[in-house]
Design a protein. Structure first.
Lengths: 218, 218
DNA sequence: CGGTTGACTCGTACGACGTACGATGCGATG
DNA sequence: CATCGCATCGTACGTCGTACGAGTCAACCG
């Protein structure tokens, strides 16, 4: 991450008239198309050749805009994590909830992002969210000494919830065949309906509410 | 996951005398060596050819014991997540803390595991840990209605904390170059020392304590 | 004792992938 | 018209996962 040095110049503000037919290659188009491809085919579905096909260009043309395939992953991931919401209403708690739920929703909309996140460095959009979270909590009266624990607790919770959820979606196919295994060997799990409960949103929200209750008085 | 159908038979209880020289191939040896290789070279360092080299065998011999490379990943991941601790002391809170901290430690000892977890189905050792957690919390007096939220809150927290930490380790290399960026654009993060604080264990423990305080009375 | 069978090993080969390299086209500038 | 930087792309190479089928050897059976 940080400063990859492809030969590409700084993006222009798009002052070109942009004619008919195939639009020209650009970083933005490449990243947007990569996201489409990832959404449609998953992590392993992103091949440089396929990406080029979708863009109507030659494979090697991509490499003028992008350093390598890892770069594409980084850019796609960060583009998906951008936050467009606002902050600074009267109700700091609503601000936090909105931002965190939006984050979770963004990642679930692009399930590959959860798989990618643990092995990529922190992109600017992730840092921006952390900054937003810090600022809001700080403004809400959380003491400086407690700030780090509060931020990380929330962060970890959301991150973990999202990744767990993605992981479960992945194993849905195995669920049927694995069900017997669960029923016979894990009685407590079975009794609690832990793996069957489909109300992920509700559980997520309850835990988050609970966490916030503890972190700062309503 | 679940029932992969390699041609391998059920593992024998090792009744063979096991002679000198290169030991024969076995699922256990393959998995153990895969973990070594992953520890040494990371996710991308695991190649079937390299694995075979380390084992002193031909590449294709692996495929009698294993379905494919994904199978190796699944087995390596699950083998690393096995919990050998006990449960059922007087102090349920200590039991939970021990199990969760052991989990985090296991994953940090094998950083590739955090990257792998989100895209793999739930293995038996993960389910076993969930079962243990459920049983302990249930025995500690957490009401059935609150059980799911409690389990998931803890689970998500640990999962998120571990993955965040791994992610930060990864970006350590970029830290120096990215530091200016952080300092200039993210003032609140900078002021709180959020990205510089090296006491991850302490923060992890504090948040966990806090979470447990809320989930069940001391 | 020769023949058969099943467990296990492995050499060769193939298709797919990421990408290095150098040629090519093109608009702007002198 | 000549030059130069931007942008594109065809070809080729090395590496990967693994399909296929031949090989070895011990155990078993007639």
């Amino acid at each position: 991450m940080a400063a990859k040095s492809s030969k590409r110049s700084q993006r222009t503000g798009a002052s070109v008239p942009e004619p008919r037919g195939e639009p020209p290659l650009s970083l933005d188009r490449i990243v947007a198309t990569a996201v489409e491809l990832l959404d449609a085919e998953g992590l392993d579905g992103l091949k440089m050749r396929r990406l080029a096909d979708r863009l109507g260009s030659g494979v090697m043309s991509l490499y003028w805009h992008v350093d390598n395939k890892e770069d594409v992953f980084d850019l796609a991931l960060d583009s998906v994590l951008e936050y467009r919401g606002t902050i600074g209403s009267q109700d700091w708690r609503a601000d936090v909830l909105h931002m965190l739920e939006d984050w979770r929703a963004s990642m679930l909309r692009h399930p590959w992002s959860a798989s990618l996140l643990p092995r990529r460095a922190l992109g600017p959009n992730i840092l921006a969210r952390l900054e937003l979270l810090s600022k809001t909590l700080s403004g809400a009266g959380v003491a400086d000494a407690d700030l780090n624990v509060a931020i990380w607790s929330l962060w970890n919770y959301v991150m973990g919830a999202t990744i767990t959820r993605s992981s479960f979606d992945l194993s849905d196919a195995d669920r049927a065949s694995g069900q017997q295994r669960v029923e016979h060997h894990y009685p407590t799990i079975e009794r609690s309906g832990l793996l069957l409960d489909d109300d992920w949103d509700g559980v997520f929200r309850k835990g988050l509410d609970f966490l916030l209750d503890g972190l700062a008085p309503r």
